[in-house]
Design a protein around this ligand. Structure first.
Ligand code: EPZ
Length: 430
């Protein structure tokens, strides 16, 4: 079992570089299955979730190699219509293969993703889209099975109760580009990850209009070919480093931050009192302005405030004098980190999807437990600011989404190390 140990209270300084985006890469990997020739994807972060998706693609017959942040995916052997429980259970995003399976093989049997630490995560919208395109859906023995003799273009709405869905939009889009005729998807998600998939599919030969808007028009049925593509930078990793600078009241320079995808994050940081300035080769994030103010945050779909930044801001606001309010509208139960932050001296109350954060003078190091990827990041940055030693347990969550995090933080002066002991790590789904 591995843990991260942090000796807190140090100022950070220096430069840190942002990796390629995990959540943008995962749908591209699935989309590579739609081509009749290999694709090469560069700037891919070395992460557990990328390895898991590579295993899913291999289980379907594709050949996948990954080295030096470059993925090569050859779909020539893609013929298997079943994605088994043992692989899918490790990562919910495995469901992304369903669209390509249905689109190319006209059948998909995929283990139904189970519950996870951030709350219920249904896939009803994915299935609604597949049905609109002509698939018949059955649920059997923990598997979702979709069959379609042929897919045909259709006009449908994918909006759910919490707004648009990134996963459903990507998944259904991958099936729609294979369907004969025109499809119109209303209520599509506008996240940069969806736009990135649209760029990738378009370069493969697909015809899709409306990228970055809630209505996508697809002229389906075109043959797609493999492409070489560089993945966009990870806006959530960049935002996490920004909150690390802010919580430690330090100044660091962040290279490759995709600021054009981060307006809600940078606007909130500015409101709190963090200065973000252009710097040589990057952006300087100054948490040393000496004048922080509390704020209120409501998470929302893009371009709103990302739920994937909520935990890190909660850690930051826990150190800002005054009362801050955080409303979580995407995953109303995504507050497991609040109790762990309270173990570090924070003063946070959670009631019905709303967290009230009373800023404290200082956090104190403690052993804490990571519950999911972004919660782990929040606990790590809290540990950087806390007095004394913080031990973050169940750190395998962080390896799913942050490339070399302790190496990167050490390079800007953090006292952070990874230790392991012989005890085996339980595998929890996310
Ligand atoms: C993606 O998950 C991300 N994961 C999540 O990041 C992120 O939190 C989320 O989008 C929201 O931005 C990946 O990209 C791999 P959704 P996804 O479908 O696609 C509801 C991280 O930490 N919904 O946009 O699964 C759903 O319950 C992870 O990197 C339905 O009701 O999220 C939620 O309330 C965690 N029915 C809302 O929509 C459905 O069929 C948005 O979820 C699908 C979703």
């Amino acid at each position: 079992m591995e843990r991260i140990i942090i000796q807190g209270g140090r100022r950070l300084e220096g430069r840190v570089s942002v990796s390629g985006s995990k959540n943008a890469t995962l749908p591209l990997m699935a989309a590579a299955l739609l081509a009749d020739s290999p694709s090469v994807i560069t700037n891919v972060p070395e992460l557990r979730d990328i390895q898991t998706m590579a295993d899913v693609l291999r289980s379907l017959g594709a050949a996948v190699s990954f080295s030096a942040n470059t993925l090569t995916i050859d779909p020539a052997g893609f013929a298997n219509t079943e994605a088994p429980y043992d692989i899918v259970r490790k990562m919910r995003a495995s469901i992304y293969v369903m669209g390509p399976m249905l689109g190319r093989l006209h059948r998909a049997k995929v283990s139904l993703p189970g519950g996870c630490a951030i709350g219920p995560r249904p896939i009803d919208l994915h299935l609604k889209g597949f049905e609109a395109l002509g698939a018949r859906i059955q649920l059997e023995h923990g598997y979702v099975i979709a069959n379609a003799e042929s897919l045909r273009g259709a006009d449908f709405n994918l909006l759910g109760a919490s707004g648009s869905s990134v996963g459903a939009t990507c998944n259904v889009l991958m099936a729609a580009v294979m369907a004969e005729g025109e499809s119109v998807i209303h209520g599509a998600a506008c996240e940069p990850d969806v736009v990135e998939l649209i760029h990738f599919l378009s370069r493969m030969g697909a015809s899709i209009e409306g990228a970055g808007t809630s209505t996508l028009r697809i002229a389906g049925g075109k043959a797609l070919h493999g492409v070489e593509h560089r993945v966009i930078a990870d806006r959530i990793e960049a935002g996490t480093f920004m909150t690390a600078a802010a919580i430690t009241r330090s100044c660091i320079v962040i290279e490759n931050a995709p600021l054009h995808h981060m307006e809600a994050t940078t606007a909130k940081l500015a409101e709190i009192g963090v200065a973000i300035e252009p710097a040589d080769g990057g952006v300087a994030v100054r948490g040393d302005t000496g004048n922080f103010r509390p704020t209120s945050i409501t998470t929302g779909v893009y371009p709103g405030f990302a739920t994937d930044m909520q935990a890190q801001f909660m850690a930051l606001l826990a150190t800002v004098p005054g009362t801050s309010i955080i409303r979580e509208t995407i995953y109303v139960d995504r507050f497991m980190h609040a109790a762990e932050l309270n173990r570090m001296g924070a003063n946070i109350r959670v009631l019905s999807g709303v967290a009230t954060v009373e800023g404290v003078e200082r956090l104190s190091g403690a052993p804490v437990m990571a519950s999911d990827l972004r919660a782990s990041a929040a606990l790590v940055i809290a540990g950087l600011a806390a007095e004394g030693t913080t031990i973050v347990n169940r750190i395998y969550h962080i390896d799913r989404g942050y490339e070399h995090i302790e190496r990167k933080l050490r390079a800007v002066g953090a006292a952070i190390a990874r230790v392991s002991d012989a005890e085996p790590e339980p595998q929890l789904p996310e």
